[in-house]
Design a protein around this ligand. Sequence first.
Ligand SMILES: Cc1cc2nc3c(=O)[nH]c(=O)nc-3n(C[C@H](O)[C@H](O)[C@H](O)COP(=O)(O)OP(=O)(O)OC[C@H]3O[C@@H](n4cnc5c(N)ncnc54)[C@H](O)[C@@H]3O)c2cc1C
Length: 403
Amino acid sequence: MSQVVIIGAGPTGLTLAMLLAQRGIDVKLIEASRNFRRTFRGEALMPSGLEAIEFMGLTDLVAQIPHRPLDAWEFIIENRSVFRVDEPMEPGGRACTLISQPDFLAGVMAAAQQYPNFEFIAGTAVRDFVWENDRAVGVILGDDRQIDARLIVGADGRSSIVRQKAKLPLDRQSQSFDVLWFKLPSSPEFAAENIFYSILCGNDGFGLFLGCDGKLQIGWSLQRQPGDDPNAWQRLNWKQKLAAAAPDRLATVLQQQKLDRPFLLSVTVGLCPQWYAPGVLLLGDAAHPMSPIRAQGINMGLRDVIVAANYLVPVLQQHADLAEIDAVLPQIQAEREPEIIQIQKLQSAEVSQGELLRNYAPLRYGVSWLAPHVSLIRNRLRQSWIDRQLLLRRGVTTVSLKV
Ligand SMILES: Cc1cc2nc3c(=O)[nH]c(=O)nc-3n(C[C@H](O)[C@H](O)[C@H](O)COP(=O)(O)OP(=O)(O)OC[C@H]3O[C@@H](n4cnc5c(N)ncnc54)[C@H](O)[C@@H]3O)c2cc1C
């Protein structure tokens, strides 16, 4: 029987598998996809996630793969630059850094594969559990293989099958929304700097940055009212729409470049009241699907892993009995949940600020006219934004690897 079966080789599942394998624990990691080049799911790491990466001994890996520290954040409303904040925000601190997620995952996989007690099963999804006396004791794969486990960790993301099979409900937040993701060739002007732009024009809002692959990436928040045709976005002339909402520099790039069809990403935000069941633990998006706002999900998943390792390694190394394994699972949730609740509240507050500007035109125009010209207003807005970012950057609780 495997000690631990981890479902999902995203940032959460793969780093947990590596840490446990490094510490001599038998781990099987199961991933539905055949490779790491699947749907985009974020590149930005905050100082809180970079710190977790340092605890995991993966800082050198980040340095070796395509990565870009951000130089600044800039806010553009109605085509006027309202304020700009340089990175790193804290003197001597870590800058928010974009990393190539496929390369990061491949590097962590290579580190895990050094250990004979680690096994990776790719290209097959987990479809069910095996139960014994009301405890999950194994998983059944899409190809009918059965893998027994002393502990099953669900790191299978926001639509987690582990969550469903363990009958752990998810409380969804109302701020679930859709994002259209565009990638387009950059221009030398954008390549010379690394700024994350937040752009608001009328009711339209989007984020724009230069990704690790050297392409400009645009995340367009899709506004839909009840009763709207869900496919209406497919018929829009996006080149025209983006150029109309974008500042002049981007509008010029957009008019010159070929714009591929965007892909639609559904954002689920929520929190499981309980992250565990007998024989099962949820971590990362499976336990608490995160909004993409201010790049938190990967960071929170990595911090879950550090705390989970602190509790799991001692019991698994001692081959503790199943009741002792189950007994540490609530402690993992208890240590992680306060940070997740607080970070989701802060993300929600950021969304509400954007909604206020989007829905209240006099405020939007007032800010866009006054801030560029009146330094007192610009500095107040800038400082209030910086103050709101501190916990979103550092994290709320202290997390450190103790095993
Ligand atoms: C548009 C967008 C942009 C984002 N940008 C950022 C960002 O810049 N920074 C940031 O920190 N966060 C960002 N996020 C959030 C981030 O993507 C997630 O929070 C993060 O990926 C969660 O990691 P995870 O390992 O828990 O889950 P995931 O990354 O979702 O990984 C889950 C894995 O499980 C696998 N899987 C699923 N079901 C099964 C199954 N039945 N059997 C086997 N395998 C299975 C999947 O294939 C996947 O590989 C963004 C999210 C979105 C939607």
